[in-house]
Design a protein around this ligand. Structure first.
Ligand code: NAI
Ligand SMILES: Nc1nc(O)c(N)c(N[C@@H]2O[C@H](COP(=O)(O)O)[C@@H](O)[C@H]2O)n1
Length: 318
């Protein structure tokens, strides 16, 4: 079945702007050299009214309506990278590409104009988006595609050439993933498959720690190490989509300061008990009392179809 076109109203794009990183660095002429600066981090996901991401571990669950889905794809057009944990890669077989409707710019529009491509479609004349670029070899318009990043320390994801993200990369409709792992020698066949499509394994040697709610044989990378590895690839912004473990660890007291922006789609539904929930580890103070883990500030609320999109920044904890 053909996918419906995803289009975001220009007013919604304008209201998102204060919550977004500068335009993606794969725009022609931009400096994408590695740097010690961390990337801009956007935490974004869709949740139910009972704070659930999916009906259960391993279950792909649609929460976003068409309009908020278009918003998520607009975010994908505005970040250099898109990140999920291996639990999500296995459960969802995700595409992790941008499928916003794109159309050719008017003849008089220059390739570097702010209104080119998707920007023209969205009517974004007054803001700098540049999420579409002109392919200089054949003059076609291509929407900016984010680089998928999968965190898979033990290489649990048995991807093949038929995995959705690989098929999209082969078709030129997305990018092949970079897989962050602790396995020093990944299997040659997987390595070749990735390399043929422009993806790769990123092997992290840094010591891993035991995270909260994590089994004793399952170590975790420090998020600062993950983000440094991403930035080392010249990727200046990353949207982190999930799943449950990834979101809960990022929202924890020790990591939430790494988040620059939070954009949450709230769907008017309850998924119920047994779901995968967003609920970070509790803060227990030195005297044994508890306090909120994190709170948003600089809020924007935006209805999109039947969903509500909530944007904000993590408030400082002092
Ligand atoms: N509604 C939404 O927006 C989204 C929903 N989901 C749903 O979430 C569910 C998957 O969530 P989870 O099972 O919690 O899996 P997950 O996607 O959070 O992956 C967890 C795994 O990622 C790896 N990992 C994560 N952080 C790591 C770190 N710091 N260092 C090393 N390894 C790390 C570990 O192997 C861990 O077992 C699925 O049902 C999926 O459909 C996923 C993304 C978005
Ligand atoms: N924004 C949003 N709304 C939902 O209802 C979702 N289930 C998700 N899931 C995330 O999107 C990924 C799927 O991406 P593709 O459509 O296959 O490109 C999935 O893996 C989750 O990260 N997101």
């Amino acid at each position: 079945m053909a996918e419906q076109s995803l289009v975001l109203p220009s007013i919604a794009a304008m209201r998102l702007e204060p919550h977004l990183p500068p335009s993606p660095s794969t725009s022609p002429g931009k400096d994408i050299s590695p740097s010690s600066e961390p990337p801009f981090v956007t935490l974004t996901f869709a949740t139910s009214l009972d704070s659930a991401l999916s009906l259960g571990p391993g279950m792909r669950t649609t929460l976003s309506g068409l309009r908020s889905k278009a918003m998520t794809h607009y975010l994908r057009s505005r970040h250099d990278a898109i990140c999920v944990g291996v639990g999500t890669a296995i459960a969802d077989d995700p595409g992790l590409n941008c499928r916003l409707a794109a159309e050719a710019p008017p003849l008089e529009t220059s390739p570097t104009s702010d209104t080119a491509g998707v920007g023209a479609l969205l009517g974004l004349a007054s803001i700098s988006t540049k999420q579409s670029v002109i392919d200089e070899t054949n003059g076609t318009v291509t929407t900016h595609q984010p680089r998928p990043i999968v965190i898979d320390p033990k290489l649990r994801w048995d991807f093949t050439s038929e995995s959705k993200v690989m098929k999209l990369a082969r078709a030129g409709k997305g990018l092949a993933p970079y897989i962050i792992t602790a396995v020093p020698n990944p299997p040659e066949d997987k390595k070749e498959l990735l390399q043929d499509l422009g993806g790769k394994f990123i092997i992290l040697n840094e010591p891993q720690s035991f995270g909260p709610n994590v089994g004793s044989d399952n170590r975790r990378f420090d998020w600062r190490t993950i983000l440094a590895a991403v930035r080392n690839e010249g990727l200046q912004s990353i949207m982190i989509e999930g799943g449950g473990e990834v979101i809960n660890s990022l929202l924890s007291q020790e990591n939430s300061h790494l988040i620059d922006s939070v954009i949450i789609t709230i769907a008017p539904t309850w998924l119920g008990q047994g779901s995968v929930f967003v609920s970070p580890p509790r803060n227990v103070n030195a005297n044994g009392s508890s306090s909120a883990v994190a709170r948003l500030t600089n809020i924007t609320y935006m209805p999109l179809g039947e969903d509500l999109v909530l944007c904000g920044n993590i408030a400082s904890q002092d």
